[in-house]
Design a protein around this ligand. Structure first.
Ligand SMILES: Cc1cc2nc3c(=O)[nH]c(=O)nc-3n(C[C@H](O)[C@H](O)[C@H](O)COP(=O)(O)O)c2cc1C
Length: 181
């Protein structure tokens, strides 16, 4: 069973980004993947900012990522880019930490004006980290996310688009596994 790490990168306690990440983790689990959700806000802030890779929780998080066949990165859009919390985490990983892994980039945001943020801001960073099996990113406008509702996503078009990219990610996980073998 492929192991998938779903990383959510909002500093907010009540976070739509984290709700989306958990939703995707549950979906992947239902597709017979072993999905685990890591909330970066739960890591020790001082160790994160100081890139203290010897810190136990940071080392455990990096090990979870190292052992995963697939990684889903879920970030809020901040100032037309991905969150600083995601950046400090990615910066403390080894240079080619994403090599050989399937990657699914997802974002929440307040305005569709920044729907391309994943492509212009995050994708080059993923490439620098060695990602070569990254599927099309998906931007979810926050107005369609209702953490109090059962299915989380209140607009069927967005939930269908999410299903599509999760399906593509499933294919990418299989492709990456075959490329490594
Ligand atoms: C500091 C800050 C900056 C933001 N900048 C943008 C932005 O540039 N573009 C955008 O679409 N949304 C922006 N937003 C809205 C967030 O992306 C949106 O509310 C997101 O869903 C928040 O996720 P969260 O509930 O997980 O924190 C910003 C929100 C904050 C708090």
């Amino acid at each position: 069973m492929p192991s998938i790490l779903v990383v959510s990168a909002s500093p907010s306690e009540k976070s739509k980004t984290a709700a989306l990440a958990q939703h995707v983790a549950d979906r992947l689990t239902s597709m017979e993947m072993e999905a685990r959700h890591l909330r970066l806000r739960d890591l020790p802030p001082e160790a994160l900012v100081r890139a203290d890779t010897k810190n136990t929780q940071i080392a455990e998080a990096a090990a979870l990522l190292k052992d995963a066949q697939g990684v889903v990165l879920v970030t809020p859009t901040y100032k037309a880019s991905y969150s600083g919390l995601l950046k400090v985490f990615l910066d403390l990983l080894p240079q080619y930490a994403l090599a050989g892994k399937a990657i699914l980039p997802l974002a929440t945001g307040g305005t569709l004006a920044h729907a391309l943020m994943l492509d212009y801001a995050l994708r080059p960073v993923l490439h620098a980290l060695g990602a070569r099996h990254s599927v099309q990113g998906h931007f979810v406008i926050e107005s369609v996310l209702d953490p109090t509702s059962n299915g989380l996503i209140t607009d069927v078009r967005y939930s269908e688009m999410l299903d599509q990219v999760v399906g593509q990610f499933d294919e990418a996980v299989k492709f990456a596994a075959n490329s490594v073998a």
